[in-house]
Design a protein around this ligand. Sequence first.
Ligand SMILES: Cc1ncc(COP(=O)(O)O)c(C=O)c1O
Length: 392
Amino acid sequence: MKTNLRTFIKHTAKDFHNQSVNPPVVRASTIIFKNLQEIEKTQKRYLKDPRSGNFDYGRQGTSTTHALQRILQEMEECYKVYLTPTGFGAVFLAVLSVIKPGDEILVTDSVYSPTRMLAQDYLKKFNVKSIFYDPTNFDDLKNKISAKTKLILVENPGSNTFEFQDLKKIVSLAKKHKIYTAIDNTWGTPYLIKPIKLGFDMSIVSATKYYSGHSDVMGGSLAVNKRVFKLVETTNRVTGLRLSPDDAYFILRGIRTLDVRMDKHYSNALKVAKFLSKQKKVIKVCYPYKTNSQRYRLWKKYYSGASGLMGLRIKSKNKSSVKSFINSLKFFGYGYSWGGFESLALYQNQKQLGARSYTNLKKDEHIIRLHIGLEDPSDIINDLKQALKKIK
Ligand SMILES: Cc1ncc(COP(=O)(O)O)c(C=O)c1O
């Protein structure tokens, strides 16, 4: 019976053997077998079906990691999911799996800044050139394709400025030129959009964020299609990028309520975005709420909802007053990451944004990233209202 995703994530991976609703944490380095034939049987099964899991050593996972992997595979509707110790590990795995010396990759200009560092600086070591494209201009991406382009690395929406791109257009452009595609889908998760079904080869999610939902565990997932499966499988083996069973357990526990939390993040964030858009000091709310905007149109085309993360562009010649706005917030924590149950605020300076080419921040403009949590929205709005008075 085909079940709805909401039902699936509640009822899957029950452990009837141990009579527990959630599968237990199975920790292991050495996996013991009854005899040699059993080891060979496991290895043969893996050779026959590399998606079946190869439990002959702890690095290949245990039943706990495998349960999470299977859930994500269903959610992503993909060929295989790889679990990594962090979300950034999944970005690294995706890129490293397809590149070789002499290649070029095209990267969304507003990518998460560590991804930018990887592309812009670290890949030079492998003689791979990264070219950044304007996420608001499809022709810019198109014009930057060359015979050397191996990968288009999309982040949708972009970090901090939250531009949405026309994903189907990117996929068909890439297919035409036989270029691989990867997308960082941490903002949406496969609850809101399924990139592999749209035609992407790889889809990255930082499980640290909404999957876990409680700001106390790190992890990542990389969903792949059949086309790139062998490349990723090999790279995953040689890099040893694996998630621990304890972390897998917490992520799996968080996923049970992903739908409920995401719906509430969205409804809270929408109320906050509408409130902020009416404030004089706020020049732009980077969130898909304004029905006549390009951002909204592209979001609506692909997503069934939105998350709780948004950007604020604030205009003020007085930088310290913008900082005191943040410091005056009572229900927002100041810290990195997002996707947990609580609201967070972060002032993004030029360095944190990365050396972008297409974010034209004027001297008196500031970007603040807000994560809208699961608190009562009226408390969040009242808090913002009092803090905004600090901006001069
Ligand atoms: C869009 C995006 N992708 C990837 C990551 C990396 O995830 P992690 O912190 O789990 O390594 C982050 C972290 O903030 C992120 O915002």
